[in-house]
Design a protein around this ligand. Structure first.
Ligand SMILES: [Zn+2]
Length: 274
């Protein structure tokens, strides 16, 4: 019995010694192991970080006039270089579902949006996006459709675009500065806010026969209060013109978009999507 007891004590002692040694090496002593772990952490981080981030590009008119209107050929080059560099264009609905599930993508993706509702959306964007099968989103404001001249979009043209995979969403009623309107704080300005945020949505839903769930702030002007009003009005996401990508593993209600200037080189635009 004494021999067996001694053996058990010996085994226990050896086990404690081994565990202590293991803990010592793992946590404290070996800086080489720590450095190696850092390297692997950095590699893992750099690999997944872009897959967690989705840049959204914002364009306006396509006529080469003004700081935010690209000529058609330049826009086409920028669209094509995304394809050539393996960057997939996804719809805002796909982006929304990944954010809701907090799930990263397994390839580089980008979303493309256009604001306001210029006639060139029908004559130039539609054939380009269609030829490349890019699911782009167009944010229109109601007055651009109902008060435009002969060279403006109509409900009929929006219907044609919608049938061809252009997603139409809301960009207010009159394109007013909503921060200014909110700060006025009068009964009249409150009614106007209701019209810009809520009624505009209902008009689009009536004419386009679909749910409108995204709102882009005119001039990119927004506040916490306005964001809350949009949430109350039933929007699922709102869009600013703040630069930077969107992290899909965070609860983003207000998404950033990078406004592409006509002065940007194609390389710069590729770097925004890269
Ligand atoms: Zn606008």
């Amino acid at each position: 019995m004494i021999k067996i007891d001694n053996l058990l004590i010996g085994i226990s002692f050896a086990s404690v010694l081994l565990v202590s040694l293991y803990i010592g090496v793992y946590y404290n002593t070996d800086t080489y192991i720590e450095n190696e772990k850092e390297v692997y952490r950095a590699i893992a981080h750099s690999k997944i970080s872009r897959l967690h981030k989705v840049p959204i590009l914002l364009y306006h008119n396509i006529n080469g006039k003004g700081p935010y209107s690209l000529p058609f050929d330049k826009l086409k080059n920028q669209f094509t270089q995304l394809l050539n560099n393996g960057i997939k264009v996804i719809s805002l609905q796909q982006l929304e579902s990944h954010i809701d599930e907090h799930s990263p993508f397994d390839e580089k993706v980008v979303s493309i949006t256009f604001d306001d509702g210029y006639y060139s959306m029908y004559t130039m964007l539609l054939p380009l996006a269609r030829s490349m099968s890019y699911p782009v989103t167009l944010f229109v404001y109601i007055d651009a459709i109902t008060q435009g001249g002969s060279k403006s979009l109509t409900w009929k043209l929006l219907h044609i675009m919608q049938k061809n995979n252009i997603d139409i969403q809301c960009h207010s009623y009159t394109h007013a500065d909503l921060v200014k309107l909110y700060n006025k704080g009068t009964i009249d300005s409150r009614y106007q806010l209701y019209r810009e945020i809520y009624l505009s949505r209902k008009v689009l839903e009536l004419y386009l026969n679909k749910n409108i769930v995204y709102f882009a702030f005119p001039y990119g002007r927004y506040s916490v209060e306005l964001t809350q009003l949009c949430k109350d009005a039933g929007y699922k996401r709102v869009f600013s013109t703040d630069y930077g990508p969107n992290i899909v593993t965070r609860d983003n209600f207000c998404l950033r978009r990078h406004h592409v200037k006509s002065s940007y080189s194609d390389e710069k635009v590729l770097s925004l999507a890269w």
